[in-house]
Design a binder for this molecule. Structure first.
Ligand code: SF4
Ligand code: SF4
Length: 133
């Protein structure tokens, strides 16, 4: 299987029954969601993230065609609130029946992300990709 990080967001759109999850600015930074994520897609605001964390990826192919070590640290998506890396979110597909971050969030600020509408098939393929199954 190729190591193509960007395929995670370039999804097919014909089956729009699912969306990745995002965290809104109503987040109170309690941290309850972070340990629940089976893909380590959730990070504290201001903290760098990487593809390797919680996955079996060793390298990823970027949109410009270059290959990068999966342990390379990436810029935080948010400096203020916990955030979700959409390319690592599978909506918990293959692990749980429902998004675990949304299940534990005390203020219900883990919500479907309309900018990342994805089919169940894409989410399932991402799970296989992230964990190299
Ligand atoms: S929906 Fe699941 S995979 Fe996505 S960020 Fe929340 S806990 Fe992680
Ligand atoms: S559980 Fe909800 S309020 Fe707590 S850090 Fe996660 S998104 Fe923010």
């Amino acid at each position: 299987m190729s190591f193509e990080a960007y395929f995670c967001t370039a999804s097919t759109r014909e089956n729009t029954e699912s969306m990745a999850i995002k965290i809104t600015d109503e987040c109170i930074n309690c941290g309850a969601c972070e340990p629940e994520c089976p893909n380590t897609a959730i990070y504290e605001g201001g903290r760098e993230w990487n593809w390797a964390g919680g996955t079996k990826l060793t390298e990823v192919k970027l949109e410009d065609g270059s290959v990068q070590d999966a342990k390379v640290l990436q810029k935080p998506v948010s400096d203020e609130f916990y955030y979700i890396v959409s390319g690592k979110c599978t909506e918990c597909t293959g692990f749980h029946e429902e998004p675990q971050c949304a299940a534990v969030c005390p203020v219900d600020c883990c919500v479907p992300d309309p900018d990342h509408v994805e089919s169940k098939e894409v989410l399932a393929a991402r799970k296989v990709y992230l964990h190299q199954e």
